[in-house]
Design a protein. Structure first.
Length: 318
């Protein structure tokens, strides 16, 4: 499979699993084209033309030759200098073709907060008004932008270029996959108590693997026998939502949140709102999302994997 085809397939799967309607995403992409056309010529060089067809600012390829054939992938949740060096050292032994990070790097990290827009539709589905969802998102996006501004965005990218390592990151498309999968999973299985959610997660190989290594799913707030009626999932949208959503969720009848991870500030706000809190696990949930995405790609063409940085390849039959 050519790298260009692989990249476009990743985006296609991300759109398929996006909480937003496909027609809405198509309109967003069309707006990007119009935005580019209106720019002065001197500003067009700074415009990322991937935005014409890729709605995920946190998913990019950092390699000029999209025509290379890829068969064997080294995949990790976080890719930094050590993984780039490992790829370079092992590329002949394992016939490595592509280094894949889940968490964004480079320009994909510099404006990854743009993907947070999809949180509006998640909140709308949960019963929030459009105006409230957009207001909360706008403030939270500004917080995230300020937080990442001081980062050294090109550190890993620079090393990959020196060693001529084909590198890409796949973030929101994978997170969309785990969001839709767990949403359907809980709707089908209908857990009655908090302990049932934990047991259901542990039926999945990614969470079993995490449990074996002492970072499996956990109940952070609530008794294992607490009843569950309405679950809110925090699995996609770039990063955590605004802390104010938790009190609003309680007003709308939600009793439990299942999240990849929570900062201490978010945990306190959710806890103060009297919500049950389950942490599914950050790395295990990211791994599940990547595996579901790779499952879709492998329906067309099989791939081989070298696992690093917390990623484990498990294939799902469903």
């Amino acid at each position: 499979m050519k790298l260009e085809k692989f990249y476009k397939k990743v985006v296609e799967i991300g759109i398929k699993n996006d909480p937003r309607p496909k027609e809405f995403i198509e309109k967003l992409l069309e707006e990007k084209k119009k935005e580019y056309e209106k720019l002065e010529d001197k500003k067009k060089e700074f415009f990322d033309k991937d935005n014409f067809w890729n709605p995920f600012s946190d998913t990019r390829v950092f390699f000029e030759d999209l025509d290379i054939e890829i068969k064997t992938l080294m995949v990790g949740i976080d890719i930094e200098a050590q993984e780039v060096l490992a790829f370079d050292r092992l590329k002949k032994e394992h016939s490595l073709d592509l280094l894949v990070a889940h968490h964004p790097e480079g320009k994909a990290l510099a404006n990854f907060y743009e993907v947070m827009d999809l949180q509006v539709d998640i909140l709308k589905t949960a019963g929030f008004s459009l105006s409230l969802a957009e207001d909360l998102l706008s403030e939270r996006k500004k917080q995230v932008e300020r937080k990442i501004l001081p980062l050294n965005f090109l550190r890993t990218i620079d090393l990959a270029k020196i060693f001529k390592v084909p590198l890409m990151c796949i973030h929101t498309p994978a997170d969309n996959c785990v969001y839709q999968f767990l949403k359907r999973y809980f709707e089908e299985k209908k857990p009655q108590r908090l302990k049932d959610i934990i047991e259901l997660l542990l039926e999945l190989p990614e969470y079993r693997e995490a449990e074996k290594n002492n970072f499996g799913p956990r109940i952070l707030k609530g008794n294992p026998n607490n009843r569950v009626e309405k679950i809110f999932l925090e699995m996609t949208g770039g990063t955590e939502p605004h802390t104010q959503i938790y009190q609003e969720l309680v007003k709308k009848g939600y009793d439990t949140i299942v999240s990849m991870h929570l900062s201490e500030e978010h945990f306190k706000k959710a806890s103060d709102s009297k919500l049950n809190i389950i942490i599914s696990g950050h790395i295990s949930s990211d791994t599940l999302g990547l595996n579901l995405l790779f499952d879709e790609i492998e329906k067309e063409e099989p791939l081989e994997f070298v696992e690093v940085s917390g990623f484990r390849r498990f294939r799902h039959t469903k």
